[in-house]
Design a binder for this molecule. Structure first.
Ligand SMILES: [Zn+2]
Length: 318
């Protein structure tokens, strides 16, 4: 680690210190996906051969796609700053992609939240010199055995080198590579550990898994997520962006304000439909049979979470 280039922070609550494979996956409870494997195993497997796509965005900020969640990269003299780590099995191709951007070593890694498809690569990135920052709940979930019911998977504690050591609880401003990064915690949204990372000079914002561009999102109730938090996070994202802002979603292609609006409208409408059906006393199966997502399925249901899965995720939270 380069001790001469620590996070330079003006801080408020600073405590110091594969892409989802589009395959049959298992989901309990409620049991919504077919198949008997966990998406975790499938995604880790897919990342071993996944191609990494590099997109230059603006102002030395780029995005890598193909290994778990989308990775944001800021290059510069303080070393590369990564937002999210991808899946370890993609290390050779992530390394190649990073080298194609610049020769700067990786010095900083920010975890947008604790999920494995964003933190699996923490350990190797730390081993080559990256200091890891994240919300205190990211460290908390990575430190202990954590069960995600929605993935039917129990994660063992991560090794010490994979844990964030720069922790924040609310918000924090970093100055690296001559630009400002504004990190903000969402109240529980997709999990209880989600952060947005705004490269304010380039006006590029990574919004973690609060935004799946063109796909129904996963919501992790096991670690604090819920549908109303997702909607509040989307409203917060909309309040922060302009028509010019480039939005890096947790999953899906690079996005913009109008796509965020569409996402918000979809979330809100499905939430209202599912909520009123549930209030009528309908069971989950009855609500699914009523097809509250039917108008949205062609556009949003083409990835990991289909209309039935998403109905179940919303039902759980209303
Ligand atoms: Zn996630």
């Amino acid at each position: 680690m380069n001790k001469n280039q620590p996070f330079k922070v003006s801080r408020r609550h600073f405590l110091g210190s594969a892409l989802f494979a589009s395959a049959a996956i298992c989901f309990t409870p409620p049991r919504l996906f077919g198949g008997d494997g966990s998406p975790v195993t499938i995604i880790r497997g897919a990342a071993a051969t996944a191609k990494i796509n590099v997109t230059k965005l603006r102002g030395n900020v780029s995005m890598l796609e193909g290994s778990g969640g989308n990775i944001g990269v800021l290059t510069g003299r303080d070393g590369k700053v990564l937002v999210d780590a991808g899946i370890t099995a993609s290390r050779p191709r992530i390394t190649e992609a990073l080298e194609s951007l610049s020769a700067d070593p990786v010095r900083h890694l920010i975890n947008s939240h604790w999920h494995f498809d964003h933190t699996d690569g923490n350990e190797w990135l730390h081993s080559i010199g990256a200091e890891i920052a994240g919300h205190e709940n990211t460290r908390k979930h990575l430190s202990v055995t954590t069960r995600v019911e929605g993935w039917n998977f129990t994660f063992p504690p991560a090794p010490a080198g994979a844990l964030p050591t720069k922790l924040l609880t609310d918000e924090q401003t970093l100055h690296l590579n001559g630009v400002t990064l504004l990190l903000k915690h969402y109240a529980p949204a997709h999990t209880d550990s989600d952060l947005s990372i705004h490269f304010t000079d380039a006006d590029v914002i990574h919004v973690a898994d609060t935004f799946w561009n063109g796909y129904y999102p996963f919501i992790d109730y096991s670690t604090g997520g819920n549908i109303d938090g997702m909607i509040r996070a989307t409203e917060a994202n909309l309040a922060r962006v302009t028509d010019k802002t480039i939005v890096i979603p947790g999953h899906g292609p690079v996005g913009n304000k109008s796509q965020l609006i569409e996402f918000r409208d979809m979330l809100t409408d499905v939430r209202e439909k599912v909520s009123s059906l549930k209030k009528e006393g309908k069971s989950l199966n009855e609500v699914i049979a009523a097809k509250p997502t039917v108008a949205y399925d062609p556009k949003w249901g083409g990835f990991v979470i289909d209309g039935k899965n998403f109905t179940g995720l919303v039902y759980q939270g209303v």
